[in-house]
Design a protein around this ligand. Structure first.
Ligand code: GDP
Length: 423
């Protein structure tokens, strides 16, 4: 059975925890898109870990973890991540696709220079080189992992590549050129480091499917950051959708039977872009401080996240575009302090109320239409069954379920693996 675990919103929905939890019954966990630009926080008996590229199955020795072809492979950052785990005495199995593309040193520089150039008009990039990386991938000038092992060919390729890169660095950004021989040496180091892990992961997965293995596809970010269907241009540069996992992992699309979509009991987002239910001032500060397990701050960047009330319009869209077969709501415990709960059920734009998600320009001008429900005002952490939740908490979950039109099969009431209520 193949299950995809993906986000309904702007990312940071708590996918890491749910993936880690579901990993117990999986044989393989796969990352199929994104790169080192975002992260999951996983808290388990071994500690608190921020994962960026490593699949969340790394905490289970019986699992094979796959970094598939769709990932922007940042080897320098992967090294750090692997060190974090080996220092904690964690052993794991990792395979890396021979067709994954390698993030190059100039991608990170370009990301930084371009944001500098844009000034006020910047995108709020994480500056990890993701946009320039995908630009190179789709203009077919990038380097796939297998190319690292043909040195003569690679050297020729780098020479041509950096002629162009250096023209851009000099004339557009007024920056120092990059020495392609230095890049060549860096890449040789990368090649050696990842060599024991490199294989044809698509074939590995297709065989595993034939053998009836349980495979978990782990998404990064969420629907609203999808390049095509998100809040363009404030999106990421690879698809965040379960549908893309067929391409990003090299498996047949019809094999993905379960699409578990994660949403938080409130909204949070990083980076620029429209955010209809965003809160500001003291109200925002309080939610940000109480959110997640240590406040709403980015797992990769430490940036304070933007926070707001639950947006049922955005989340329904997010679930539909993912093709959700079930929904998991996380962080319900965070809302225990609120007197009244607000749920956005429509967007008021140009004198009309819309139930459908709109294009970016219209989102900027939309005002949220709220339904309010009473809060439960008691700590719900430690509760072990859904039925034992206060009736107001159940009413909140069930109201949202109706709005989404998909079964909320799991509710998470704390950051730990065992803090989960099944319905
Ligand atoms: P991901 O990228 O989707 O995995 O999300 P992040 O890890 O960036 O953010 C989710 C944050 O919420 C992490 O700090 C988690 O430890 C935390 N978290 C997950 N589920 C719950 C929950 O049910 N309650 C609380 N309080 N925190 C949670």
């Amino acid at each position: 059975m193949i299950r995809a675990i993906v986000g309904a919103n702007w990312g940071d929905e708590g996918k890491g925890k749910i993936t880690d939890m579901c990993a117990d019954s999986s044989d393989i966990v796969v990352r199929f898109q994104g790169g080192a630009n975002a992260g999951h926080t996983i808290i388990n008996d071994k500690g608190r870990f921020a994962l960026h590229q490593l699949p969340s199955g790394v905490f289970h020795e019986h699992i094979t973890n796959v970094i598939a072809n769709g990932v922007a492979l940042n080897v320098a950052s992967l090294k750090e991540e692997i060190k974090q785990l080996t220092d904690a005495g964690i052993k794991f199995n990792l395979l890396i696709s021979d067709k994954a593309q390698v993030l190059m040193p100039h991608h990170v520089l370009m990301d930084v220079y371009e944001e500098e150039r844009l000034g006020d008009k910047k995108f709020g990039s994480t500056k990890s080189g993701i946009a320039p990386f995908f630009a190179d991938k789709y203009s077919k000038t990038g380097v796939q992992v297998w190319e690292l092992y043909d040195e003569e060919f690679l050297l020729e390729k780098l020479k041509t590549m950096y002629e162009k890169v250096n023209i851009q660095f000099k004339y557009l950004y007024d920056k120092e050129p990059v020495d392609y021989m230095e890049v060549f040496d860096i890449l040789k180091g990368y090649a050696e480091f990842i060599k024991p892990h490199v294989t044809d992961t698509s074939r590995f997965l297709r065989n595993a499917i034939k053998e009836g293995k349980n495979i978990l596809l782990e998404g990064q970010l969420g629907s609203l950051k999808d390049t095509d269907h998100g809040i363009y241009p404030y999106v990421t540069s690879s698809s965040t959708l379960a549908g893309y996992s067929a391409v990003g992992a090299g498996i047949p699309p019809y094999e993905i039977k379960n699409i578990t979509v994660i949403t938080k009991a409130y909204s949070s987002a990083v980076g620029a872009g429209p955010f209809v239910t965003e809160l500001f001032g003291d109200e925002a500060d309080e939610l940000r401080r109480r959110g997640g397990d240590k406040g709403e701050f980015g797992a990769t960047t430490g940036r304070p996240r933007r926070v707001g009330y639950f947006d049922a319009v955005a989340t329904r869209y997010g679930c539909e575009i993912q093709g959700a077969t079930e929904v998991c709501m996380t962080c319900l415990d965070v809302l225990s302090y609120m007197d009244t709960l607000h749920i956005c059920t429509g967007y008021e734009y140009d004198g009309k109320v819309y139930k459908d998600f709109l294009t970016t320009d219209k989102l900027y001008k939309s005002k949220p239409v709220y339904e309010t429900l009473p809060g439960w005002k008691s700590d719900i952490r430690g509760i072990k069954s859904y039925d034992e939740l206060p009736k107001e908490a159940k009413a909140y979950v069930e109201f949202i379920e109706k709005e989404l039109g998909v079964k909320i099969s799991m509710v998470s009431n704390g950051p730990k693996r065992e803090e989960i209520l099944y319905r």
